[in-house]
Design a protein around this ligand. Structure first.
Ligand SMILES: Nc1ncnc2c1ncn2[C@@H]1O[C@H](COP(=O)(O)OP(=O)(O)O)[C@@H](O)[C@H]1O
Ligand SMILES: [Mg+2]
Length: 261
């Protein structure tokens, strides 16, 4: 479904991606993890067609995003939902108007159908009754839910999440991850979640990709990833888990509310 092939990207001589390759099977959701400034957001923007690679390519259903133009590019973009880092809404628009925005901008959906779809999406994310509120009148968790509804309203085949829980209280963050999982089970999109929620995110993804020094240094199912013998993976997990187990390899621990405190 999504095939990333030998992707390279530099900014002013600073090489950020140095040959990233990744295959994401249709319908699967992967976690993209790694330290700060390793190029996670840059990689996501290439998948969305918002950045052009210096070398290599991204194929979606066999189509090269960067070389698509006009209606082909629009068709690729129409299938894609993006929850940006920060996940901001337009402050001057109500929740309803924010969620309706992609349908009004990208499609020729009739007004009445827009209304139906927006209300359905808001119900899906638990925001029924908040449609006339402005972003400043709702909580951070609700803003994220509304941004999620806005990304989902175009019925995307691909969903890209850039740090969907950053800045939220841990329990609210957990509820957002569970919501993403529930919606994925219902809609079956192919997804990438960039996150620091390690190991909590491992419960809801099929695979984990670890980005380091410009390449994917490990790509595996969560349990296998947790047991990876690679020193850089162990080091990252020890840092993320905050409590390395001196008696053996890290074990796969399902997350629960206690751990998040
Ligand atoms: N548009 C841009 N112009 C110049 N440098 C950029 C741009 N976008 C990202 N970078 C640089 O690329 C590196 C990786 O950024 P990013 O992908 O945002 O990291 P992260 O893994 O934290 O998401 C950083 O050093 C950042 O400064
Ligand atoms: Mg980022």
């Amino acid at each position: 479904m999504i095939s990333i092939e030998d992707l390279h990207k530099s900014f002013n001589g600073n090489a950020v991606l140095k040959g990233v390759s990744l295959e994401i099977p249709k319908g699967e959701v992967i976690a993209l993890i790694g330290g700060s400034r390793q190029g996670k957001s840059v990689l996501l923007k290439h998948v969305a067609g918002l950045m052009k690679p210096d070398k290599g390519r991204v194929l979606v259903n066999g189509n090269d995003i960067a070389s698509s133009r006009g209606k082909y590019l629009n068709a690729l973009r129409a299938k894609l939902g993006f929850l940006f880092q920060g996940g901001a809404l337009f402050d001057s628009m109500t929740v309803f108007e924010n969620v309706a925005f992609p349908l009004k901008e990208k499609t020729r959906t009739a007004k009445r159908e827009i209304r139906d779809r927006v209300l359905k999406e808001l119900s899906n994310v638990g925001l029924s009754g908040s449609e006339d509120k402005f972003p400043s009148q709702i909580s951070g968790g609700m803003v994220k839910r509304a941004a999620l509804a806005r990304a989902l309203v175009v019925d995307p085949e691909i969903m890209l999440f850039d740090e969907p829980t950053t800045g939220l209280d841990p329990l609210i963050g957990l509820s957002i991850l569970k919501l993403i999982d529930a919606i994925h089970r219902e809609l079956g999109f192919t997804g990438v979640i960039v996150t620091h929620e390690v190991p909590r995110v491992f419960d809801i993804v099929d695979r984990v990709a670890f980005l380091k020094d410009g390449t994917v240094s490990a790509y595996d199912e969560p349990e296998k990833f947790m047991a990876s013998p690679k020193p850089e993976v162990k080091e990252f997990l020890d840092g993320s888990l905050g409590r390395p187990d001196p008696d053996g390899p890290a074990i796969f621990r399902p997350c629960n509310v206690e751990e998040s405190k």
